[in-house]
Structure formats: C-alpha cells, structure tokens
Design a protein around this ligand. Structure first.
Ligand code: PA5
Length: 462
C-alpha cells in the first residue's frame, strides 16, 4: 500500500519553515470543504476520470482482445499523440516494462513500443528508419482530433501506409479520440479505423486510465486490470473529508499551505529509474491543472506551482545542492520504493581500500534507498520542507495507486485554490495561434491579431 510520509513538512522535524499541528488543525475546515466540493462535482463535467476504475468492464475486454491481436500479428506499436496522450503511456511503459524492452530479443518481449509526441522531423525520419510500417500498428491518440502535432503525424503515416500497404492500410491505424467531436472520429468512420473512445469528462492529463493509456499498456502485456484495481483502492482510501484519513487530501493541503507561504516550485524526485517518467507525467498534471490566471469567481490570481522533475540519485549530483542550500521556495517530493524487482550485490574487491570497501556486500537497492534517506536528512537538516511517497514495489497495482493519488491531490488542490483544474486556456491559446499562422479557416480573427502584434526589432537581437 502506498504511504504518504509528511514528517519533514512539520516544524518538529524541519524547523521554522515547517507546519505545526495547529496549522493543520486550522486547515481542517478548508480541507473538508475542498473534499466536499470535489465529491459533489464527481460524475459531472470533467471529473469522469475519477470513476474510470469502475466503469470500463466492456472497454477493458475490447482492449484486451485488440491488444492480443496486435501482439500476434505485428512487430511494432507506435503511439502518435502529445501531452496527456503521450506522457501517461510513456510513464506506465517505463514503470512496468523491462528497462531495455525494445532491445530484448524478440522471444523475450512483445511488439516493440514507440511514443512519438514531438514533431521534430529528424525524429520522424529516425522512427521510419527502424520500423517496417507494414508490420506496425499506429495508435493515433487525440481527444480533440485537432491537435496539429498529432494530426500532422497521422497524415504523414497514412500517406506512407497507403503507398506501402495498399488497400488494407486502414487496419494499421487505431484511433483513440472523442466519440462525438473532432476530425479524427470523422476520419475514422470514413476510413474504417478501429476506434476507442475518450470519455467526454476525461481531459488529456487525466486520461491514463482510459483507452489512452490502457490500450498501449495492454499491448505491452501490462496487467491493466491491476492498474485499475490499484487506482480503485487509492480512490477508496481517499473517500474521507478528514485529511488525516485521506492521503491525497493531506498532500494537497500541504502543497496549498506551502504555496500560500510562497513556495512556488514543486520538485518531483523518484528514487527509481522506473518512475523517472512518472515525474514527467506529474509535471503536466500539476502544471497544466493549477497554473491559472483567474479563479472560479473571475478574480485574477495567477496561481500554480512550477513543477520540476528530478531523479534520485542522479540529480543528487546536479540539483540537490540547490535544494539544500538555495532559496526556500520549493516543496520537494521524493518517491521511494521499498523493494526493487531485482537487485545486484556490490562485489568484493577493495579490501585494502576501506573508503570503497564499506560498499562491498551491500546491494544497489540498499545503496539507492540509503541515498534517498540521506537526501531526506540533508534537506530536512537544511530546513527545506520535503515529503516522501513510498511504494512497496513498482507493479501494476502500485502504479495505479500512484496515478490516482496524484490525480486526486491535483483535484483537491484545485478546489483549495478555487480554480478550474480541468481547463487549459493557455494551451489552447498556443494551439489557436498555430492554426492562425498556418491560415486555417475559421482563425482569421486570430491571424489578424497576430499580424497586428509588433514586429520583432533587430536592435534587441544580437
Ligand atoms: O491535458 C490536456 O488536455 C492537454 O495537454 C492535451 O492532452 C494535449 O493538448 C493533447 O490534446 P489532444 O488529446 O486533444 O490531442
């Protein structure tokens, strides 16, 4: 079971910058109100993600059958998507598959797996160098069916497939999109693609537990029922307005109180390479959900915490100097793993060098966990608030728990801040500007606005 350890957020441990029991007591009413508001919202608007562990029995069976077919008949599975349509699949793949998955001999893995989010042309050319499109399924994931990056990738791949595969090219594309809105669903119907739907009330960054994440995971042989079961278990643990009994609510309140004290940076630092991309996923979830200009009452608030990804122990040799001695503007969250799925003993061989020999006979798992404890100690000793999310082991259930924990924490924090957690007007602005710059029909006003913007002045470019 996931544990949320916030000892080092407390004054008794971390000193002046920490909270007291009285601070927590004073936050209880606000915490309960945030819980109640979210509970009342559940099942409406953009909160459908919270019910995904309970509502997808038929979809899961469809996904498993489709995944089985792909595993039998193809060599590669490529996700074309960006933002919430890519970060979840990458995070779960990295957490639950072999570290060198694509490099394993064919008999020891399933189909090769690629997630293509960016539209860097060199990256696309490199992908085409290593896959045979005739042996590949492309999962085009876009809820809006309009995102320029994903739709341009789709067009490039569709064109290649038509030339290389011929009539049956449409069997190589699976569309994961909105059932009702956007162009991808229209294209899917016209071309006859296999389709999975992203429910209306599930936004990109909250979509890992719907077909966006479940299909890629199932293709990889990941236990998707276990993922959903872990998420359900966390959801049930969090069904309480008392933050002492609700780990995600406690985590949200501590971040919220820290923000009020000017801690505008949230560092996410897993001590496990398998969870490295969980920090990337968290960065989108936290940044895009809480970074808002206005609150629900229309007041200008410019709220949010800047999420920063970090990796233990690697970034002990890069960022931790700043975290221990730099400004008191951060909350640092470590993610620890009690038991690694395999371990390696550090061999003897340095008997005459006591400064090295002390390592011998220990395992790498012991070393990484000891370094995590040491970093916690160094942060705490230097007065920097930090907390630790502990997983017993990285497996489908614990990853499901972790995803739901952060999603609920984000939703509660949004309620505490009084903002719309589930919109992304800042992202839309960039998307619309791209459409306008490419002269898309319907974006003439935006184009005029861009044309009217002052031209860049050469004197400020050196
Ligand atoms: O969280 C979000 O909604 C966004 O980051 C989207 O995931 C991202 O912009 C991609 O959108 P779409 O799924 O419509 O292609």
């Amino acid at each position: 079971m996931l544990k949320f350890d916030f000892n080092n957020m407390m004054q008794n441990y971390v000193g002046a910058d920490g909270f007291t029991d009285a601070d927590l007591k004073a936050a209880e009413v606000e915490a309960r109100a945030a819980y109640d508001k979210f509970a009342a919202r559940r099942g409406t608007g953009m909160t459908e993600w919270a019910d995904l562990p309970y509502t997808q029995d038929a979809v899961v069976e469809d996904i498993l059958a489709c995944a089985e077919d792909i595993r039998k008949n193809y060599d590669n599975f490529v996700v074309l998507g960006i933002g919430g349509s890519a970060l979840g699949p990458i995070a779960v793949f990295t957490a639950l598959c072999h570290f060198r998955y694509n490099d394993l001999p064919a008999g020891k893995r399933g189909v090769k797996f690629f997630v293509e989010d960016n539209v860097d042309p060199e990256r696309m050319l490199a992908l085409l160098d290593v896959i045979d499109v005739r042996r590949t399924v492309f999962n085009v994931i876009t809820k809006s069916g309009a995102t320029s990056e994903t739709m341009s990738q789709y067009l490039i791949i569709a064109d290649i497939l038509k030339k290389e595969v011929g009539e049956e090219w449409n069997k190589h594309i699976i569309a994961t999109t909105s059932e009702k809105k956007g162009n991808l669903i229209k294209l899917a119907k016209k071309e006859g693609f296999k389709t999975f739907y992203i429910p209306d009330g599930v936004g990109g960054r909250f979509s890992e537990l719907c077909p966006v994440g479940l299909l890629p995971a199932a293709v990889l042989g990941i236990d998707i029922k276990g993922l959903l079961a872990g998420a359900a278990a966390m959801d049930k643990r969090c069904a309480d307005g008392d933050m002492k009994k609700n780990p995600a609510l406690m985590a949200a309140v501590l971040q919220y109180l820290s923000m009020k004290r000017g801690k505008n940076i949230s560092v996410m630092m897993p001590y496990a390479d398998s969870l490295k991309y969980m920090a990337d996923w968290y960065c989108q979830l936290w940044g895009e959900s809480l970074g808002k200009a206005v609150d629900l009452a229309g007041n200008t608030v410019h709220t949010g915490q800047t999420p920063v990804k970090s990796l233990g122990v690697t970034d002990q040799h890069s960022q931790v100097q700043l975290y221990t001695e730099g400004p008191f503007d951060k909350v640092i969250t470590l993610i620890g793993v009690e038991k690694f799925r395999g371990d390696v003993t550090i061999a003897d061989g340095a008997e005459e060098f006591p400064d090295v020999n002390f390592l011998c006979g220990h395992t790498m798992g012991e070393l990484i966990n000891t370094e995590r404890v040491a970093t916690e100690y160094a942060l705490t000793r230097s007065g920097h608030v930090n907390n630790t999310v502990m997983l017993p082991e990285v497996n489908a259930e614990s990853v499901g728990e972790l995803l739901m924990f952060f999603q609920l924490q984000t939703a509660y924090c949004g309620e505490l801040l009084g903002i719309d957690t589930f919109n992304q007007p800042g992202v839309e602005e960039g998307k619309n500007a791209t459409y306008a710059l490419f002269d898309r029909k319907g974006y003439e006003a935006k184009k005029a606005e861009l044309d009217a913007a002052p031209e860049k002045d050469g004197k400020y470019i050196v």
